[in-house]
Ligand binder design. Structure first.
Ligand code: SF4
Length: 683
């Protein structure tokens, strides 16, 4: 939890390729063509191969599709494309048995493979439950035997929202249920002596996804013979920046924990677009292993020994995570007020951005602040709620006064930062928040304490500027100062670290604060200069998003090379992705696959255009009726493919309009939202 270390897993073969162990974290994608359409599927596989995709998955709804995998595989191999293929199976055991003759890996969904009996309530006997489990074993065993015979590995891929009703009736639609569903199948594999397995635990809710994978590792590693590899992914992440942010947050949070051996970014876009996002996510972690020189195959003996060692190791209180890794609970903080806005406590996390223009460029900085605060825009426009400017020397104080005067009331949202302690006291009675930078842990003198005693107006943020010091330094220094100020009764304080190792730095700060019962709010700052827009978006989402998913953070500021608009949108996307602050409609849309028979991407665009302003509403847009209704999970309204150019509409889990024409469906969806009283006009 406090420094990067990858979990050592058993290596699993995908044909000639291995994943897990010391192998690089692989990047996968999935075709969205119909698997019976050999030509289109081969073309898309070739595009994915050319984009660098390392594993390609294809949907296999029927035995006929399974049979056609032979043609697709043969054509690809003739073309010199040797990328491992994965057959994606839901429901059909017959399709699974046929498909594994032509692929390197097979994915089954424990939620719908070999399920027989309906368990609609908890009203069943233990005997009935066991009988159903016995049926699962009987139906699953031939697949395991055949997979072993063909040397095909298997992913036990659980999805939140498509659990069997037997599991839901006992465990609920929860991480516990997802984990138990996977373990039931894994136990059968192990009993049959088949160990070429890996797991996934996907959800469109990033927090549920993170918690489920962690729980699986906790339970699976304690019970199973080996630590098996993990395939990571956020399902139904959507498209555009939102889809990329959600995927990076969920996958990245687990990679930071050292979990994950292969990933898929699911976007409702051309699958080729998923590949660069995947590589942007895994790059840092794969580079880390290159530097460490970890390569080659992991001997099984080594794997068992390392697991046994881990199992007997008792964690000291300092090694325990400073939050519950398996369920969400926001860190308890004492709220403070900034410019009449309460932050910390149960209040919504706020967004701040930093202006890099010098205060002496008076007109330019005024214009910039006006833009960032969106002073001339409608009230509900996306804006930076606080804007910080930099005071470098006393000569700029006049310019600061002039700026505050020109801003009038809006000047309350201005934050001034300085690294000069001699300027600090002169700022305290001018603005509502002052940020004092502590450069690499320099100590603050007695004058500073006196200044704080005399401070009446400003909240003070103490920010550790982390550059060369070890990652433990910010926590040690900030906790020391915070404790001292707490004893002195100073309340209107918040703390931060300016770093690109945000996850580990802040976890350490929280750990240090918790151990001293300090409840000051934390301003999450991420500072990175990534090489491109995508890299900046991905790294910010991982570093800041992980913390908010674990309940850490009361304000957010990103310091990136992105434009201001991008940066603010990214900050709000991160907060929305972590479900800690909803500022727009939440779209849960699947990437589509061979089960999709309508224009999914077009539908997503049309629905987004008309409903993106419905703050807090969740709309699921799903490619098929087979998996869509379950996997759109907690959506308020659903738009689900029901057949060729036909759509079914849902309110919650209830189908209210069945099989209507694609041409009318978006209008009907809007009608439904109106009828249910959830519509507001766009401003
Ligand atoms: S929900 Fe979407 S991705 Fe999943 S099976 Fe259906 S069409 Fe394919």
């Amino acid at each position: 939890m406090y420094q990067y270390r990858r979990r050592l897993t058993r290596e699993v073969a995908f044909g000639d390729m291995f994943l897990g162990g010391y192998q690089p974290i692989r990047v996968e994608s999935m075709t969205n063509t119909h698997t019976m359409d050999t030509a289109a599927t081969v073309v898309q596989c070739r595009k994915l191969y050319e984009a660098g995709c390392e594993i390609i998955r294809l949907t296999v709804p029927t035995e006929k599709d399974a049979e056609n995998l032979r043609n697709i595989r043969d054509q690809l191999r003739r073309d010199g494309i040797d990328t491992p293929l994965v057959a994606d199976i839901h429901f059909s055991a017959r399709a699974a048995l046929k498909a594994l003759e032509f692929v390197e890996n097979i994915r089954i969904n424990p939620g719908n493979y070999a399920t027989q009996q309906k368990f609609s309530s908890s009203d069943y006997t233990a005997e009935e439950y066991l009988k159903e489990l016995e049926h699962v074993r009987e139906a699953f065993t031939p697949l395991v035997e055949k997979a072993r015979h063909y040397g095909v590995s298997m992913r036990i891929g659980t999805n939140h929202g498509s659990l069997s009703d037997r599991i839901v009736s006992r465990y609920g639609n929860s991480p516990e249920g997802m984990v138990e569903a996977a373990l039931e199948f894994a136990r059968i594999c192990e009993e049959l002596g088949y160990h070429d397995i890996l797991f996934s635990m996907k959800s469109s809710n990033v927090r549920v996804m993170i918690q489920s994978y962690r729980l699986l590792v906790e339970k699976g590693d304690a019970e199973l013979r080996y630590a098996y590899p993990l395939h990571l992914g956020v399902t139904e992440a959507g498209d555009g920046d939102e889809g990329r942010v959600k995927s990076a947050m969920g996958i990245g949070a687990l990679l930071e924990d050292g979990l994950g051996d292969t990933i898929r970014v699911s976007l409702t876009e051309d699958p080729v677009n998923e590949v660069p996002v995947g590589f942007a996510i895994v790059k840092k972690y794969n580079d880390f292993h290159l530097v460490q020189g970890d390569r080659g195959h992991v001997p099984l003996k080594h794997l068992v020994e390392s697991r046994n060692k881990q199992a007997t190791q008792k964690l000291t209180p300092h090694q325990l995570p400073p939050f519950d890794p398996f369920s969400y609970k926001r860190r308890v903080t004492s709220p403070i007020t900034l410019a009449e806005i309460a932050v910390g406590g149960d209040n919504l996390p706020r967004v701040e951005t930093e202006v890099s223009i010098s205060l002496s460029a008076r007109d330019a900085i005024f214009e910039e602040v006006v833009q960032r605060l969106a002073l001339q825009k409608p009230k509900d426009a996306i804006r930076s709620e606080f804007v910080s400017v930099r005071l470098n020397d006393a000569a700029e104080l006049d310019a600061l006064d002039a700026l505050l005067c020109k801003l009038g009331d809006a000047g309350r949202s201005l934050v001034v930062s300085t690294g000069d302690i001699s300027l600090f006291s002169r700022l305290l009675n001018k603005v509502s928040k002052v940020r004092l930078d502590i450069i690499e842990g320099e100590m603050l003198g007695k004058d500073f304490l006196k200044d704080l005693d005399n401070n009446r107006l400003a909240a003070v943020e103490l920010c550790f500027i982390h550059e060369h010091a070890g990652i433990a330094a910010p926590a040690a220094v900030l906790a020391h100062i915070a404790e001292k100020l707490h004893k002195r009764g100073v309340e209107r304080l918040l703390f931060s670290v300016m770093t690109n190792q945000t996850v580990f730095a802040y976890r350490r700060v929280v750990q240090a604060f918790n151990s001293r019962s300090l409840t000051y709010p934390l301003m999450v700052r991420y500072s990175g200069r990534a090489s491109g827009r995508l890299e900046g978006l991905v790294d910010s989402s991982i570093q800041a998003g992980t913390l908010f998913c674990d309940g850490i953070g009361d304000l957010l500021a990103l310091h990136t090379a992105l434009s201001f608009e991008d940066e603010v949108n990214l900050a709000f996307n991160i907060l929305q992705g972590a479900r800690v602050r909803m500022t727009k409609t939440e779209f849960i849309s699947c990437p589509g696959c061979g089960r999709t028979y309508f224009e999914l991407e077009k539908a997503v665009t049309a629905i987004k255009e008309r409903t993106a302003h419905l703050k807090g509403l969740k709309i699921g847009i799903m490619g098929c009726i087979v998996n869509g209704p379950g996997e759109m999970a907690d959506a308020d309204f659903g738009y689900v493919g029901a057949g060729k150019n036909r759509i079914s509409l849902y309110v919650g889990r209830e189908c209210v309009e069945e099989n209507i024409s694609e041409l009318d469906a978006v209008d009907r969806l809007i009608g439904l939202i109106r009828e249910r009283g959830k519509w507001v006009d766009a401003n």
